[in-house]
Design a protein around this ligand. Structure first.
Ligand SMILES: NC(=O)c1ccc[n+]([C@@H]2O[C@H](COP(=O)([O-])OP(=O)(O)OC[C@H]3O[C@@H](n4cnc5c(N)ncnc54)[C@H](OP(=O)(O)O)[C@@H]3O)[C@@H](O)[C@H]2O)c1
Length: 313
């Protein structure tokens, strides 16, 4: 299994993780309707079987349900995996104590003694300063409540500031989790990927399949149900615009005997310091997404996909 390290001294994890936003979430995803606990339990086991060792959740997903499910599956199976969760900087959290309390609550839901990777979910912290927030996170590392610290949706400047505030306490910034796929490449044009490499901050690429768009299963004739219906990219015109990228994904999938999803993920794996964390609702999706590992696109194919997706830079 190909592995990558989180930051300069974080855990070694599989070069593809699994995102668990859809586990328990009924606001965006249709948990409890099209699929439920049995399906996501199978997805967890299938991911473990396939060698996946990184699972990404957040306290806000399903209002804690995603963390509870991950904790339950993890406890039942006892596998050695890296559990990553996220702190929500909501306006009523004002003090270091509030950060520590949020960590305690996540520890309880995940049923672990220490969180492997604790990420700040978004950059706005309302009345709490970055100084207070990152001092609390540094203390949480020194107390043994969390092993590594990450951020999410941070710009170059915000990432540099978080990196510096943690460095003052001898704690590295391990990851910045950002939206990154063949059709969401703004993090490249903004210089975020280059700066993350310079700082030795690993990029966790979220929505790496563009929420299903890059799997090829959605077409003007076959649209998704649920919240994605409102997204212009999932409307017939939006889907047609993707053809330059999806045609290449289909072509390379045939050449390698892989699926379009596996090719889209393999392109991200080929980027230095990047780990995609595709969501999976079923065992079939988890196994397929893990199958993005163990083979490689040729350098020419990586370049061809880069060129075809330049309009999304
Ligand atoms: N930090 C943040 O702000 C943030 C934001 C968003 C996401 N995330 C994280 O990133 C993870 C992944 O992002 P995401 O869920 O937004 O998007 P994604 O991974 O691009 O897409 C996931 C969806 O695509 C479909 N899918 C997945 N694998 C497939 C396969 N092999 N074949 C066909 N369809 C497949 C499934 O939906 P259908 O079957 O219904 O099509 C699945 O729910 C989340 O779970 C979460 O952990 C973080």
């Amino acid at each position: 299994m190909t592995t990558k390290q989180l930051g300069p001294n974080g855990p070694l994890v599989s070069a593809v993780g699994i995102g668990t936003w859809s586990w328990g979430d009924r606001i965006f995803w249709d948990y409890g309707d099209q699929y439920g606990e049995a399906e996501v339990a199978d997805a967890f086991q299938a991911a473990i079987q396939a060698g996946i060792t990184l699972f990404d959740t957040a306290e806000i997903y399903g209002w804690g349900e995603s963390e509870r499910l991950v904790g339950k599956f993890h406890r039942d199976g006892q596998p050695s995996v890296c559990l990553a969760t996220k702190y929500g900087p909501v306006p009523w959290r004002l003090s270091e104590e509030a950060v520590i309390q949020a960590i305690q609550d996540s520890l309880n839901r995940l049923q672990v003694d220490v969180i492997d990777l604790y990420q700040v979910h978004w950059p706005f912290t309302f009345l709490m300063s970055y100084e207070t927030l990152f001092r609390a996170l540094g203390k949480a590392v020194h107390k043994g409540l969390i092993k590594t610290v990450g951020v999410s949706n941070y710009s170059v400047k915000q990432m540099q500031k978080a990196h510096a505030l943690l460095a003052d306490q001898g704690v590295p910034l391990a990851v910045n989790q950002v939206r990154y796929s063949l059709i969401t490449r703004q993090v490249e044009s903004q210089g975020l990927i280059a700066e993350a490499q310079a700082l030795n901050v690993t990029i966790l690429a979220y929505s790496p399949l563009a929420q299903g768009l890059l799997t090829g299963k959605y077409t003007p004739e076959q649209l998704p149900t649920g919240a994605r219906k409102a997204d212009q990219r999932f409307k017939p015109d939006g889907l047609r615009k993707l053809a330059p990228v999806t045609n290449l994904l289909r072509q390379f999938a045939e050449v390698h005997g892989k699926t379009m999803a596996q090719v889209a993920l393999n392109w991200l794996i080929a980027q230095e310091g990047v780990i995609p964390i595709p969501g999976a609702k079923t065992a079939q999706q988890a196994t397929e997404n893990a199958g993005a590992l163990g083979w490689s696109l040729t350098p020419e194919e990586v370049t061809a996909l880069e060129e075809a997706s330049r309009p999304w830079l």
